[in-house]
Design a protein around this ligand. Structure first.
Ligand SMILES: [Fe+2]
Ligand SMILES: [Fe+2]
Length: 235
């Protein structure tokens, strides 16, 4: 694919998987905001287009690219299992840990940083609840449906008995949008996850953990929005 300034971030992220790391470096949203063109995001972020293109080019070099898997080929069932094992399991173990650290930090530092920590607690709590329900729906409704669709498509012989996937997919995309919004809000409330001068180790570890969760969630939503869902719709 020839990448130009009119190519969208989502297209680049799905055809050049290694580009995801470059987008992360520049703080470019490649999942929910993936519909924007490179020219648009460069304008918004004040990044020179040539710099971004050079980074994407470099990421495609064999040494860098070989560590990233291309999910545009191969079975959707394998991709689904990868998402479950890597991203859903991560959130299930990480969200309670971050939640209890956040509660502790609010208790100790809440009065010194009320404008940041109290709203952070609310936004994080909402995001956690939403993601728990969201993952339940993917695991129990949408993903089994996609797996069944793929089996029928591969000629298992069994008739497809599920509902059309378009509706549930649109719902998941809307929920991703809402999670993306919560992440943007948390980043703003924490000044880009920068610890204040008086932050204790728990406070620092919390911000570091939230930063990692942001990166993981961006990658997770990218795999679903830009690869899994379009491929399922195509079936
Ligand atoms: Fe998911
Ligand atoms: Fe999802």
């Amino acid at each position: 694919m020839t990448i130009t300034e009119q190519t969208t971030v989502g297209e680049v992220a799905s055809t050049v998987p290694a580009s995801v790391r470059v987008f992360q470096q520049f703080g470019i949203d490649f999942c929910c905001g993936g519909g924007k063109t490179l020219a648009q995001v460069c304008g918004e972020k004040g990044i020179p287009l040539e710099g971004l293109l050079a980074g994407v080019e470099k990421a495609q070099e064999p040494a860098a690219a070989s560590q990233v898997r291309d999910w545009n080929a191969g079975s959707l069932a394998v991709l689904i299992d990868y998402i479950l094992n890597k991203h859903h399991e991560y959130l299930k173990s990480e969200m309670p840990r971050l939640g209890s650290m956040l509660a502790k930090v609010i208790q100790v530092h809440g009065n010194n940083h009320p404008e940041s920590l109290h709203p952070l607690g609310k936004v994080y709590g909402g995001l956690k609840r939403e993601l728990e329900e969201h993952m339940w729906k993917e695991e129990n409704v949408l993903f089994p449906l996609i797996k069944q669709l793929e089996e029928v498509h591969n000629g298992s012989g069994a008739p497809f008995r599920g509902m059309p996937v378009g509706g549930p997919i649109r719902m998941m995309e809307m929920e991703h949008e809402s999670a993306g919004e919560a992440l943007r809000h948390m980043r703003e409330l924490t000044s880009g996850y920068t610890p204040p001068a008086d932050a204790c180790n728990t406070y620092r570890a919390l911000l570091h953990g939230l930063l990692e969760m942001e990166a993981d969630l961006h990658e997770h939503i990218h795999l679903e929005n830009n690869i899994l869902f379009p491929r399922a719709v195509a079936l």
